[in-house]
Design a protein around this ligand. Structure first.
Ligand SMILES: NC(=O)C1=CN([C@@H]2O[C@H](COP(=O)(O)OP(=O)(O)OC[C@H]3O[C@@H](n4cnc5c(N)ncnc54)[C@H](OP(=O)(O)O)[C@@H]3O)[C@@H](O)[C@H]2O)C=CC1
Ligand SMILES: O=C([O-])CC(=O)C(=O)O
Length: 406
């Protein structure tokens, strides 16, 4: 964890809420002091924290036996399990591991998770926040993998695939070693589809179906553009699929999208706009934001991670679906097997999903889906050394880019 950035020695302490102000030096080091009111609001009465001895002034209360092993990291938050047992109305604890916990996205995401907005107001959760230290402790249920190196000046996409791919190979191995086989993994760090493929290939004990690449940000962006064009509220847009890669080859599907229950093409009759402007705006939205703001989307990515998880833990509304990048292992759309491809999915709310079968296809859609498929197959060849498929051979199409690269 980023502890290594400011200290090399750790001391583990348990804090009560009244002692949180002294704890805030620990939390604020990682820009997460915003968590404090949320911890209070959720009656978190103990926080487990690793900080340097000279930063700790609070008395140490006995460590509950329910906290297993050591806690690595600047901050390592968990509910007091003993108290949870006493509170009969509480559901059983869900552990959530988040890598890149000190990054911009996490800065927005963590308190949304802690607020109860994602898993429910009555659902206790334990956040396992991970940074540079690649250890995954007591990992069960959900892992949100954000931590990745941003592309630096002059860095080729093939280099990024290799550098970040190695992170996700390690994390796949760590998950394989310690996580429950029921864990659901959301890969955010880019290039997220291929990172998710690398991660799942390195975690053979975990079903490949449990791995997701985040394309929900793209779905949200696409819904927003259709809503703006149609002059309706965002929540009137449904059945929005993002096909393919989280890159500029992604395909926002206006053929199947609906606005106020009607086909989007019947509401927005400007086909030229749908085929050209809409598609390109969504594909390049990340890059436009980086140009405007100087940094990549953080708050909206955090919101989209919340949306992506919520879509898996709540039943999908009748007739609707959501997009997520999933492992292709038998699909009704003729997409190549053994890649991570964004497709339309539904969930019963049990954390699992199924592909939506009855979607329309036309030549426009098919042609663009093929392009994104070709890009992902090329990315896969680039990381053969990380997926156990032998030597890498990198022949990426020249125009292949992350949304943030344009
Ligand atoms: N799929 C999507 O829709 C989107 C994906 N992204 C991607 O999300 C990722 C994170 O973005 P953001 O939070 O803005 O980036 P930041 O640069 O703000 O944070 C990067 C985080 O990654 C961690 N990190 C860096 N190297 C490693 C490593 N070797 N192992 C583990 N963790 C590491 C850093 O941790 P530490 O400081 O502890 O080293 C830091 O917390 C990027 O890859 C970005 O491209 C962004 C937007 C949308
Ligand atoms: O390239 C990035 O880091 C940003 C990104 O994925 C997006 O905004 O969709």
């Amino acid at each position: 964890m980023a502890v290594a950035d400011f200290t090399t020695t750790y001391k583990e302490s348990i804090f009560l809420p009244s002692q949180l102000s002294s704890l805030s030096s620990c939390l604020s080091n990682t820009r997460s002091h915003v968590l404090k009111p949320y911890l209070r609001a959720r009656n978190v009465n103990k926080v487990y924290c690793s900080v340097a001895p000279n930063e700790v002034q609070t008395p140490v209360v006995p460590q509950p036996t329910s906290i297993k092993g050591e806690c690595y990291g600047v901050f390592c938050l968990t509910y007091d399990l003993k108290a949870a047992e006493e509170t009969k109305s509480w559901k059983s604890l869900i552990n959530i591991a988040v890598s890149g916990a000190a990054g911009m996205i996490s800065n927005h995401l963590l308190f949304k998770l802690a607020s109860g907005e994602v898993f429910g107001q009555d659902q206790p959760i334990a956040l396992k926040l991970l940074g540079s230290e690649r250890s995954f402790q007591a990992l069960e249920e959900w892992a949100i993998l954000i931590g990745a190196k941003p592309r630096g000046p002059g860095m080729e996409r093939a280099d990024l695939l290799d550098i970040n791919g190695q992170i996700f190979a390690e994390q796949g191995k760590a998950l394989n070693a310690v996580a429950s086989s029921n864990v659901k993994v959301i890969v955010v760090g880019n290039p997220c589809n291929t990172n998710a493929l690398i991660c799942l290939k390195n975690a053979p004990n975990i079903p490949a179906k449990n791995f997701h690449a985040l394309t929900r940000l793209d779905e949200n962006r696409a819904k927003c553009q259709l809503a703006l064009k149609a002059g309706v509220f965002y929540d009137k847009v449904s059945n929005m699929t993002i096909w393919g890669n989280h890159s500029t080859t992604q395909v926002p599907d206006f053929l199947n999208a609906r606005i106020s229950g009607f086909p989007a093409k019947d509401v927005i009759k400007d086909t030229k706009w749908l085929e050209n402007d809409f598609t390109e705006i969504v594909q390049k939205r990340g890059g436009v934001l980086i140009k405007k703001w100087g940094r990549s989307s953080a708050a909206s990515t955090a919101v989209s991670i919340v949306d992506a998880i919520r879509s898996l833990v709540t039943p999908t509304p009748e007739g609707d679906w959501f997009s997520t990048g999933v492992y292709t292992n038998g699909n009704p759309y003729g997409i190549a097997e053994d890649i991570v491809f964004s497709m339309p999915c539904r969930s019963d709310g049990d954390g699992d999903y199924e592909l939506v079968k009855d979607v329309l296809m036309d030549d426009f859609l098919r042609e663009r889906i093929k392009k994104s498929e070709a890009e992902l197959l090329a990315e896969k060849r680039c990381v053969g050394h990380l997926t156990g498929e032998g030597d890498a051979y990198c022949d990426l199409p020249e125009d292949t880019m992350l949304p943030g690269e344009v």
